[in-house]
Design a protein around this ligand. Sequence first.
Ligand SMILES: [Zn+2]
Length: 766
Amino acid sequence: MRESARGADSGVAPGLLGALVNGSSSITRMRPIALTRREFLHTAAAASSGAALAHTMPTSLWGQVAVAGVPEVVPGWAQKPMRWMQLTLVEDDPKQFDAGFWLDYFKRTRSDGVCISGGGCVAYYPTEIPFHHRSAWLGDRDVLGELIAGCRQLGMTVLVRTDPHATYDDAKEAHPDWIAVDADGKPRRHWASPEMWVTCAYGPYNFEFMTAVHKEIVTRYRVDGLFHNRWDGNGVCYCVHCVENFRTASGLELPRSASMQDPARRAWFLWRQQRLMQLVDVWDATIRAVNPAAAIIPNGGGQALNSLNALEVSRRVPLMVADRQGRSGLAVPWFIGKVAKENRAVMGDKPIIGLFGVGLEEKYRWKDSVTSNAEIRIWALEAMANGMRPWCSKFSATLHDERWLKGVEEIYLWAEKNERYLKHQQPMARVAIVYSQQTAWYYGDEHADAKVENYALGWYQALVESRIPFEMVHDRLLDAAHLASYRTLILPNTAALSDAQCDQLRAFVLKGGSVIATHETSLYDEHGVQRKNFALADLFGVDWTGKAEGPMLNSYIRLEREALPHSPFFAGLEDAPRVINGVSRLQVTPRESFAETPFTLIPSYPDLPMEKVYPRTEKTDISCLYLRKAAGRVAYFPFDIDRTFWEVLSGDHLKMMRNTVLWANDEAPVIEVDGPGLLDVTVWRNPRSITVHLVNLTNPMAMKGPYRDFFPVGAQKLKLTLPTDVHVKQAHLLVGEKTIDIERSGSVVALTVPSILDHEVVALDV
Ligand SMILES: [Zn+2]
């Protein structure tokens, strides 16, 4: 993920499977820090087994992933900022931009962290490193130095941004091996700025040249850290170094296909990950030799479809900058909240920063555009409601359009005023969706959206619509400590799971945890190799017959009301005899007789000619939902209810999914919110407060932005069931700016929020 390209991609793996396949080269040169084949094979093998993952890399820099509730030592500069600004300079900014304006804006917005462009593609200071291109408009100025000095006077944490992905003719002439090479063996011109060249991310340009740049910046300015954009390459590079280093590491030639079924592609995929983590380690060691508290903050890493290993990135950084700048195409505002949850899964208590933009994010790349204040606002509010600290990203210090300034200022001033309630230490969610990078990489491969992500998005939408607070969990962190706060785990077609991961899930259920799984969950191993049966067949209580059906047209699900007149699975469906089916299902055979079978299959029947559209089979005994009460509860849907829900958004599927979560969770909900509209609800436990966010997503533009305006929803009745050690003293509305009445009954607190325009935050002092 990167701030300028797919920062706002619609939930799609950017570098992942779409990575380019290019040609080969025959030049020979030195190779910096290459893994030997033995080292690579060792780490690659270790990387495949969940338990060994933590040991594949040099000693952790910021410790292991923190377990919720266990504080980790994060340097003060990283822990402190609650409101970030990023100013990405463009090359001609030095001739005209007004540094005083920006420093004043940082001050007015009470921003306490900043990220300013320093170098890489363009240097904004008088660099002395050969081929480090100074801005053609720099003259004698040190623009970077001026901005840093001003920000330091404001007491801000300062990061410097570098972007190493492109360079110029002079660098290419002196160092042809710095340039990325395509599949035909040709050096790669930059696609958008044709006077430039794309650099190789895995060779000496990054390992040597950029290391020198980073050392110079930290030495000159002693900044807190460096933030890197587009540092992780542009797919397969066929330069001399890549050819040789990859061959040395793997014994293979560089891949020519984009499919993970190709052993060379798979080996390259892991080799690239390791190479880039080595790069981060080299950069980190270099700047820490100058400033021991400094850190490297690479852009990207924590999202479900990212091609980098989220665990490896997260353990190297004291904070994560999660880049999801805005919406594009069909995207719900909760997308940025999802990014927050994915990152929190691997970052624990370390700060998650939500990078949002002020412009439109579409493939046509209007980088100087400004979107509506409502759109910027809903994005930032969602980020904060989900525990992110806002980071406003602005490209170009020259203002082509000032309409965004006031809106961002309003958001930041409100956030500063209420800062003590917004530290968000511990989510109180009891439900979590598991995300699995290995499933995306090896099972989803080139179709990770359709085969993996759309299942998770279905559950995400269903839980938001159901107003059930939830988190996300990384599948390599299914140990008891990481799952301790959850009652229910949802596995949305989590196909690729190792035996060890399945054991962890069994242990979770054995200790009383509940699991909801769909479709092909556990039918593949951690490398994406299909098994003969589910690894979790014992948990589901069914075996796979080896047969699959789909796409199924005109198929339905019958509600078995006669057998189960009072089933909780029919809540909201009291008048429905049947509902639509999903699209793909597995044939399974039960291992046992199930106590309750609320849903059964009505098989597909012709959908044309209309005269022929009548069910051939009214009723079967084929279950569409297998329910078991082990120590915890297990619900298995042998079909793609979640993926179909994301595609079709049927309210009946929503109710089935919601009812299943409530059945699995089987306890008083942390919060119930009763009232009209589409709200994202999050609940946080802080040292002196319980903070509840209600973000009003109700909008004709909810599923496709940009928002034009906000539409208020009426009264919402809240009922919280709090831990017995929590005693609420009083409640305030942080947007409505007033104290409100509460009703207490044991551990239950009830209150009413009269109406919500864009958001409301209820702060309960404890
Ligand atoms: Zn290369």
